[in-house]
Design a protein around this ligand. Structure first.
Ligand code: SF4
Ligand code: SF4
Length: 283
């Protein structure tokens, strides 16, 4: 098992370490629910020990009567500046689920100009469902109408564990199951289909990728621009380390110049001047 896969698994267990919830169907509401984990993990998952940053942001926006939710913005800023989309690649249980789904034998669609264009859809979803709908309609738009992680980790388990809830299933739950099914199909066809095209949390963290303390960086003095890194990259990156990079590290082994390293991890970046590929001026 790779170090990244191990980290993803440990993260999923730590985020959801209220194990009793998986048996009694009760959502943990203790003090730790006042803090957010960095990755997408539904607050209402019976095992969740802390809150989801995306759900908390929508909750704060929908309840704040046009006040700026400074606590949530500060939390996202801290996570973003420290890790950027390292969170997507290492610290997101739903990212792990998507990668496992993609391993199931099924027709696959590789990346292309079209997938790169669709990767910008997640910014529209961020604007409409995470910001505008909560502020204008006072409801958490993404959690309520889209989030497949919430349906998989919370909606379905709670319905299975709580008979009382089953009698109250309505059109909204049916709609969410339909969206989840579409997202599963997306992930069977495309590597991390939800992450690449739809996830607004990835969209937020992508803004920090160029400046985040941890993450993939390219030594521009070594790089010859051969693009071997981009050919092997499963995401819609234009350059290693750009806003679409989830810092999985797959490109490090194919770079013929040894130009790709992790910044922020001792012993992986060497003594050369390193700079984000997205910041390079020499293509
Ligand atoms: S650029 Fe490299 S580290 Fe980033 S997602 Fe692609 S393969 Fe992974
Ligand atoms: S980082 Fe390495 S693999 Fe990528 S373009 Fe530069 S030399 Fe080629």
């Amino acid at each position: 098992m790779s170090g990244r896969r191990f980290t993803q698994l440990i993260t999923a267990v730590l985020y959801n370490c209220h194990f009793a919830g998986f048996f009694n169907g009760k959502i943990w509401k203790g003090k730790t629910k006042g803090v957010c984990v960095p990755g997408l993990n539904c607050y209402s998952c019976p095992g969740a020990a802390a809150a989801c940053p995306l759900g908390s942001l929508q909750g704060a926006l929908s309840k704040s009567a046009y006040k700026i939710p400074l606590y949530m913005l500060g939390t996202l800023l801290l996570f973003g500046i420290l890790f950027g989309r390292v969170i997507c690649g290492f610290l997101c249980p739903f990212g792990l689920i998507q990668e496992l789904l993609h391993r199931i034998p099924f027709p696959k669609i590789g990346k292309s100009r079209a997938t790169r264009a669709f990767s910008y859809l997640k910014y529209v979803i961020l604007l409409v469902f995470v910001i505008l709908i909560p502020v204008i309609k006072l409801v958490p738009g993404f959690c309520k109408y889209i989030c497949p992680a919430g349906t998989l980790e919370a909606g379905i388990p709670l319905i299975l564990l709580d008979r009382g809830l089953r009698s109250r299933i309505g059109w909204l739950f049916s709609w969410k199951v339909f969206v989840l099914a579409l997202c599963i199909l997306l992930c069977l066809l495309f590597y991390r289909g939800f992450c690449r095209f739809l996830c607004p949390l990835g969209a937020i963290y992508s803004l920090f990728n160029p400046v985040a303390f941890f993450g993939i960086r390219v030594d521009r003095e070594k790089c010859t621009g051969c693009n071997a890194c981009i050919r092997i990259c499963p995401m819609d990156t234009g350059k290693a380390g750009d806003h679409e990079c989830i810092h999985c590290g797959a490109c490090r082994s194919v770079c013929p110049e040894g130009a790709i390293a992790y910044r922020g991890l001792p012993g992986t970046s060497g003594s050369h001047r390193v700079k984000a590929a997205g910041d390079r001026s020499d293509g």
